[in-house]
Write a protein that binds this ligand. Structure first.
Ligand code: FES
Length: 177
């Protein structure tokens, strides 16, 4: 009688039981320890993820610096009188995809920067009245002599282009370090 009850409660070839046994074999972690493993896995994942992101960031910055250093070709921008007339001159350096701006300050200092804002990449312009470089997108302001941010959301300086005047012509000759 007892045997009959046991065999009724435990059907022969129980599919769920064999699935459970297989599951136990594949994942030999008890239910109580399960959330500890998950937490440990999470910490491991976050640590590795952060490390990978840091390495990728560093590699990108390094590659960018390397490309800048290599792209120190000389490029003719145009006659200095154009700059005298407008107070600034737009040009592309080192490639057609890289807009830049050359400025002749009221102190007659010649400076040039990438025109790409270091906040979210809008094009910066020269405000002659205020003698500063401004970004119209979020009112970022850069110092005209150094290219450093002085107001608004940008936190990094504009990359600076090295200029040379040869006779009446102005040339871009590379990036400042
Ligand atoms: S993109 Fe220049 S301030 Fe935001």
């Amino acid at each position: 009688m007892t045997q009959q009850i046991e065999s009724a409660a435990k059907p022969q070839g129980c599919a769920a039981c064999s699935r459970n046994a297989r599951h136990q074999q594949d994942f030999p972690i008890e239910w109580e320890g399960d959330h500890y493993v998950s937490r440990r896995e999470m910490v491991k994942f976050l640590t590795l993820g952060s490390l990978l992101l840091a390495i990728a960031n560093w590699a990108t910055a390094f590659a960018r610096k390397l490309v800048r250093r290599e792209s120190s070709q000389v490029k003719l921008l145009g006659p200095a009188r154009d700059l005298e007339q407008n107070g600034y001159m737009l040009f592309r350096y080192p490639s057609a995809e890289s807009p830049c701006i050359a400025i002749l300050t009221p102190e007659r200092k010649l400076v040039a920067y990438s025109q790409v804002c270091t906040h979210l990449s809008c094009a910066v312009v020269y405000d002659r009245n205020e003698n500063q470089i401004v970004c119209p997108c979020h009112r970022g302001v850069f110092d005209v002599n150094q290219g450093t941010p002085v107001a608004g959301p940008p936190t990094r300086a504009l990359p600076r282009v090295r200029l040379e005047q040869r006779g009446d012509q102005i040339y871009a000759t590379g990036w400042e370090a």
